[in-house]
Design a protein around this ligand. Structure first.
Ligand code: 13P
Ligand code: SF4
Length: 324
């Protein structure tokens, strides 16, 4: 005994600390004939082991075209659910099944059905960030990269209901000059950016261009040089001859920006509070360890009612056909 204090027994290393996740994930992907799809909002170490990194549309397209036996989806629930809808006979695993989305959660199917019933004869366009039940009630699914094209293809005499993101909806109304009835949902991450702090940041970086996702509020988008999906923002930043950018979307996208253009400066747009609110708490539930466990155990799996799956597939297939 030292100084009357019982020495603490040395704790054995947790088994997980001994795993080389990158090597094990590579091994399991081969063994399982699995493909690992990752969204840009995942942590950098998860993006770095993925077979495909992309925005919502690219990941849905990758899921639609895969020949793998297993899809491991490093993203959120609605994304893995979309992959399952497109692959009813394949195993789809989501490393953390509780990885949700404030947009999907803010659009409960029963309320959505009642809203739709109040507007008979309308065309229902839903952002892919929604549940399978909402997709099954929709005529078209869109993502931030194809919404403009798909909405523009709908005959002008039709009333359009757009759900669940009011910010993307309002952006499209203004861009296309096309009125739509908007569901009043929003993304907790993209709503967090502070216009006041952005102005202060722009004063310190007058040369920086603001790049924003259309899920941001109107006041933010008004200050953006470029508005687009995560992939579109990334491509713009790489191609631009500017050196500095303020990025108003989830901070995970900076990983690919810095990798692709290490000589440029990317500054995350500031949230209103002193928090890391520009990180999606749902996306960040997936970790390298959980990806490894999902591939090892083939759990947690997406399981869906076949009838719901078939109904939800119709508007997704329409979207894919219009996005080819
Ligand atoms: P995209 O990657 O399709 O632009 O979507 C952003 C998003 O919020 C996903 O949840
Ligand atoms: Fe949903 Fe927003 Fe997270 Fe995207 S960033 S998954 S829209 S909560």
């Amino acid at each position: 005994m030292l100084g009357g204090v019982e020495p603490r027994p040395r704790e054995p290393y947790a088994a997980s600390m001994l795993v080389d996740y990158e090597a094990e994930i590579a091994r399991l992907k081969k063994e399982r004939n699995a493909v690992l799809l990752a969204h840009y909002y995942q942590d950098g170490d998860v993006q770095d082991v993925a077979d495909v990194i992309g925005d919502s549309l690219q990941l849905a397209q990758a899921a639609a075209g895969t020949t793998a036996d297993v899809i491991c989806f490093a993203g959120v629930h609605f994304m893995a659910e979309t992959a399952k809808i497109l692959n009813p006979d394949r195993i789809v695993v989501l490393p953390d099944l509780s990885a949700g989305c404030s947009l999907a959660d803010g659009c409960p199917p029963e309320r959505f059905k009642a809203w739709k019933a109040r507007h008979p004869g309308s065309v229902v366009v839903s952002y892919i960030n929604c549940s399978a039940e909402v997709k099954a009630e929709s005529d078209y699914i869109v993502t931030s990269s194809n919404a403009e094209k798909i909405v523009a293809s709908i005959p002008a005499d039709k009333t359009i209901l757009f759900a669940p993101d009011k910010n993307l909806g309002r952006y499209l109304v203004e861009k296309l000059g096309r009125p739509m009835v908007l569901w009043q949902g929003s993304c907790i991450v993209h709503e967090t950016f502070s216009e006041r702090k952005l102005i202060a940041l722009q004063t310190r970086h007058p040369e920086a261009e603001v790049l924003a996702h259309p899920e941001c509020e109107e006041s933010l988008l008004a200050r953006a040089k470029f508005v687009g999906s995560t992939t579109a923002i990334l491509k713009y930043a790489i191609a631009s001859d500017k050196r500095e950018f303020i990025v108003a979307t989830e901070a995970g996208i900076l990983h690919q920006m810095q990798k692709a253009a290490p000589d440029k400066t990317f500054i995350p747009a500031p949230p209103e509070g002193n928090c890391a609110c520009n990180e999606c708490p749902h996306m960040k539930k997936n970790t390298l360890e959980k990806v490894y466990l999902a591939l090892r155990d083939l759990e947690p799996r997406l399981e869906m009612d076949p009838a719901l799956l078939a109904r939800a597939r119709v508007p997704i297939d329409r979207m894919l056909a219009l996005s080819a």
